[in-house]
Design a protein around this ligand. Sequence first.
Ligand SMILES: [Zn+2]
Length: 602
Amino acid sequence: MLKRSEVKLEETWDLSPLFETEQAFEEAIKTVLEISNQMEEEFKGKIDNAKQVVSVLTAYQNLYEKMVPISTYSSLSLSEDQTNDEAQMRSAKVGQHYSKISAQLSFITSELLQLNEDVLTEAKKLAPQFKHYIDDVLRQKPYQLHPEAEKALAAFGSTFNGPYELYNTTKLVDMKFDNFEVNGESYPLSYNSFEGDWELESDTAIRRAAFEAFSSKLRDYQHTTAKTYDNHLKIEKTDADLRGFNSVFDALLFDQKVDRELYNRQIDLITTELAPHMRRYAKLLQKVHGLEKMTFADLKISLDPTYEPKISIEESRQYMLDGLAVMGEDYQNMLNRSFDERWIDFAQNQGKSTGAFCSSPYGYHPYILISWTSRMNEVFVLAHELGHAGHFYLAHSEQNIFNSRPSLYFIEAPSTMNEMLMANHLLANSNDPRFKRWVISTIVARTYYHNFVTHLLEAAYQRKVYEIIDEGGSVNASILNQIKRNVLEEFWGDSVEITEGAELTWMRQPHYYMGLYPYTYSAGLTIATQVSQRILQEGETAVQDWIKVLKTGGTKTPVELAKMAGVDITTDQPLKDTIAYIGSLIDQLEQLTNELVEETKA
Ligand SMILES: [Zn+2]
């Protein structure tokens, strides 16, 4: 694995639009600290009329826009190489400064909430661009603490983020994998190579040995990681209690603007109704690969491993342009810019964050992190991340910084939508049954597996963990292992053997440090599946509706956004339809597999 300093420049992202030099970055920090001081002096204790409300929010908007590139720069430069000392220190410093600013300015929310509602109504009339922000502040009123308590909590902001940083440090800096051996041959192992390659390896002996070596290294760190996670849970629970929420679930769902019913529905319906389809899929994999038994370590293998087209980074551009063409010209321009202006970090190097993500700083173009393996299925990963990019590219062009970000519940809809568009495009342009089977199996094995199985089982596990925390309990490694194992066993039944080591899967996802995030993947993909069907059937009108939804940013709730796109998520019908659709994809896989077997015989 290359060091960051050894990778090709053209495979890295260009962070210079954020800051040309380290000096410019340092100066920007100085500026925001000064603005924050000035704001305290000018407004603290003085927000007493509508005009002052507008003035302070205008100043805050300006400050917020200046803070965005600083935090983006520090977090992206760390994510490209977590072993970089300089980036670690830079990020820690920004965290400290930002906690200080948010403590210093916590009076804004406190003073707004002490005002008579008439004053706020007048402020909304004077400056309609702040209506959404003010309404959100008002929503918080029942859970707001004494101003001095708010200030003290804000001052601990970066400390409260400590567990997540510790998790990443353990995983990406301290954890070192030894080579593993199969039949006298030695193979290198790392977090990224396990998740990007070995887990998908078609040689069963190598794949299972990699799983064992990977799990055994995770096991060495299970107690530290569990303790870290338990600390994070305690912070969330204490915050929920202090603010007077009935439960930690209500506190975490409050920001998402959805109720418990929508949350529970995803987990309950999918674990029961999707499981039979996915067990069929596991059986099909087992049959095609001639495996004596199907284990947890085998679930990521491709249905047709000898048919995994390779694709270069340059070729991927054309796939994006063709696959997402239906989104229109403006979107195509964005796609071209993302390649021409190096928005995307493709390189594989030591210390790089695992998986893929998109960061969309307001006032700048989006950035995408991915570790390119040249497997064809990366076109789906890239289409997914470009879906986030396109979402914020459009939302930022229409909305101010306070209005641009929708609820977490909706975040994965535009991204998974692009995966569906890509699949539809590939299927429409080929009659080759083998290619068709590859495309469908990729949607099942990647898009649906990832969003409806991996993340959903994380959500089912997470719900059990929070139930314990809500009762005032704690967790440790053996409790977490047990919960995880139970969830996996319930879902897969006797169709898959839950290999020793699978119970440690809870150690792999950073999502647990982001509240009730895992379940939103299936929620987003439910919306995306339904809208992509609409696009297939209705074409342009459905596309236009969707673009309008993306431009709406955060000014509407998830239920309203889905409704704008023609999907009613107040009922369980869209989810049931989506599960049925996944079932139909697995039917097609079984049928195409039979046809291909017949063909070989003939
Ligand atoms: Zn995503």
